[in-house]
Design a protein around this ligand. Structure first.
Ligand code: FE2
Length: 338
């Protein structure tokens, strides 16, 4: 296997476009052929329209869940087959892309562990995934340096495995980004700090931090410490799927460090909101999922891609690329009226 590329370079005086994709949920089985095809076609349409310089995938490409929410829903435990369906399409674009694991990619009973899936993602030519620094069960903590045209660092793109469950199963509660991973993040930032100038960084991972929920609560109460940018929370009762039973130090340590300016995640498929809180812009990527949520096939407003436009001065903005815009409003209306 050839050495993995760890840098991306911007063109002079031109912004750099990152497309975030999340929660693809490929079942990889005969029962999910239709949904898998729809998900892959959606991605194709989004990528063709977005024309990104780079694609960041924030987890749950595979969905090896055979028994929930209804019998044989996904039907397969073969998470490598599902990952390959997704990875093959991504490779066909010939655009560099990165991937982090979500909680579903390696479900409890799935056939392949994260090391086996890492072997696959590392073997792909355009995929910049690296097993990176591994501390426990996490795989895929790595940094891609986004360089300016003159070779200086524009931003560090930090990919983190936000882990899966505290126990062995889905209902045991979500895990957090561990302290060792936070230390690794700080170490990378400090290694790239020259003459006291700390580079800005953007973090990509799967499970949202508790502080997103805190910020959203403050936001809808009109607290001026939070800036609302775009999107919505459409999960029932304003649900945010952050880890409820374990404290995470990730957000607070990032605020103290001062390098991280943006966090991008998925996990809650109906949410697309972007908020700024304590100097960090937190954004739910638009999801793809046609399989995991009950009734998701008939819901469309949440589906699409998220565009992160980075300027030569290192600042960035976020915009949405809703799939229903690409497919035309008639598609949306027809589906909603049925
Ligand atoms: Fe998901």
């Amino acid at each position: 296997m050839s050495e993995k590329r760890t840098t991306l370079q911007m063109e002079k005086d031109k912004p750099f476009r990152i497309l975030q994709l999340t929660d693809i949920h490929i079942g990889g089985y005969i029962f999910t052929n239709k949904e898998d095809k729809q998900a892959l076609n959606d991605i194709k349409l989004i990528v063709e329209n977005a024309k990104p310089d780079f694609i960041a995938v924030t987890g749950d490409a595979a969905y090896p869940m055979p028994f929930w929410p209804k019998p044989f829903f996904s039907g397969s435990l073969n998470n490598l087959k599902a990952s390959k369906k997704f990875g093959s399409l991504m490779e066909s674009f010939n655009i560099p892309w990165a991937f982090v694991f979500g909680n579903h990619d390696c479900e409890t009973w799935s056939f392949y562990n994260k090391d086996k899936l890492s072997d696959y993602y590392e073997s792909l030519d355009n995929c910049l995934f690296q097993r990176g620094e591994c501390f426990d069960k996490d795989r895929g903590n790595y940094c891609i340096k986004l360089l300016n045209a003159d070779g200086s660092i524009n931003n560090l793109l930090m990919f983190l495995d936000s882990n899966s469950y505290l126990g062995k199963m889905f209902f045991s509660g979500f895990d957090v980004i561990h302290d060792e991973q936070i230390e690794w993040y700080k170490k990378v930032v400090l290694e790239n700090t020259k003459d006291g100038a700390m580079p800005p960084s953007l973090a990509f991972f799967h499970i949202p931090p508790k502080e997103f929920r805190d910020a959203w609560e403050k936001c809808y109460r009109g607290d001026p410490s939070v800036t609302y940018h775009l999107g919505y929370i459409q999960e029932k009762d304003n649900y945010v799927g952050y880890p409820k039973t374990k404290e995470s130090n990730f957000f607070s340590e990032m605020v103290k460090l001062g390098s991280c300016k943006g966090m991008f995640f998925g996990h809650d498929h109906l949410s697309t909101m972007s908020l700024s809180y304590k100097g960090i812009r937190m954004t739910y990527g638009m999801g793809i999922d046609h399989l995991a949520y009950k009734g998701i096939k008939k819901r469309h407003g949440q589906r699409g891609g998220t565009i992160i436009t980075i300027q030569p001065d290192g600042t960035f903005d976020v915009s949405l690329l809703p799939l229903e815009d690409l497919q035309g409003i008639s598609y949306y209306k027809t589906k909603m009226d049925n």
